[in-house]
Design a protein. Sequence first.
Length: 326
Amino acid sequence: MKTERADEMIAKPCVLPPNIVKYRVLIRRLSENHLVKFDVVTEYNNRMTGFLGEESVMNFHLEPIADLNYRIYHDLRFYHGNYFFQIDILILCAYFALVLEVKNWARDWHFDKVLHQTTIDVNGKMERTKNPIFQARLQAFKLREWLKLHNVPGIPIQYLFVNSNEKSNIIIGEDNKYKWNACNSEYLLERIDQITNDYKLELLDEKELRKINKLLLTNHSPEDPQLLSKHNLSRNEILTGVHCPECSFLPMTYQSGTWKCPKCRNQSKTAFIDTLQDYFHLISPTINNAEARGFLQINSPKMAHQYLTSMNLYSTGKFKFKIYHQ
C-alpha cells in the first residue's frame, strides 16, 4: 500500500494519454473496410505497446523508490525552440535528474561501437533503427536547455535507454562507451543506485525542488492530435450512433429512455455520455443540439437538450444558438 509520501513523489502518474484515447475512439468509429482502418489500428497498437512498457517501468520497477527522495514524472512534453520534445520518464532529486527513454519492442537491440548505429532483427533481417541511447541523450540536452531558459540552476542530467520487454536483449560491447546508458528494466534500480552514488553534492533544496515540480507540471503540453486531419478523414466518414459500452456494437437502439444493444442485449441509460465524448475527441470541442441529434441518431431536440445539460457542460448562447463546450 502506497503512503501519502509515495503519492507525492509520483509527481506525474502514469495515465493513458489523450492521443491513445483518441485512437481508441477512432477505431470504433471507422467501418471495418475503411481504407485507413489498418493504418489507424497499427498506429494505435504501436502507441499502446509503448505505453504499456512505460507503465510497467513506472508502476512496477520504480515503485520501490516512490516513497524515497525521488520525484518521478511520466510522459512530459515541452515546447522548446520551434518544436516540442517529449520525455518518457523523468526522475528528479536534489542531486541530479535522470531521463529515461523506454522501449517495449520484442526484438533484440544491437549497438555498433564505431558508427554508433543501432539495428534490430526483423524477420531474420537486420534493419537499422533510431538509437534509443541517443534519443535519451537528446531529450536530456533539450531539457537542460529548457531549464536554463526558465532560470533553473544547473543540475546534472543523466540519461538511460531502458528496455522494458523481457523477450528482447541488449547487445552492446564491453568496450562501447555508452554501455552504462542502457539497461533492461529489471536492472533499472541498480543503475539508479549507481548514479546516486556518483553524486554527493546536494544542489537543490526542498523549496527549489517544489519550484521545479510546479514548473514542469504547469508547462507540460500533452500531445492532442487532430486525427481526422492527420489521416485525411472527413467527419462524414465517422460512424454515428451510440456504441454499446459492453461489446462496442454500433449503433444501439433508443427506446423509452433506454439504450439497447441488439447484439449482446445490454441496456444502458447513460451510454450516450461516451458517444458525446467521442464527438468531442474526433469532431470538435463544441457541439449544438442539432449536431448532438445527428451524432446520437435521435430526432428529439428536447431529448438532446436533456442529455447535453445532464453532462454539466459549459455553454454559451441561448435557445437554438446554444453551444456546449467540452
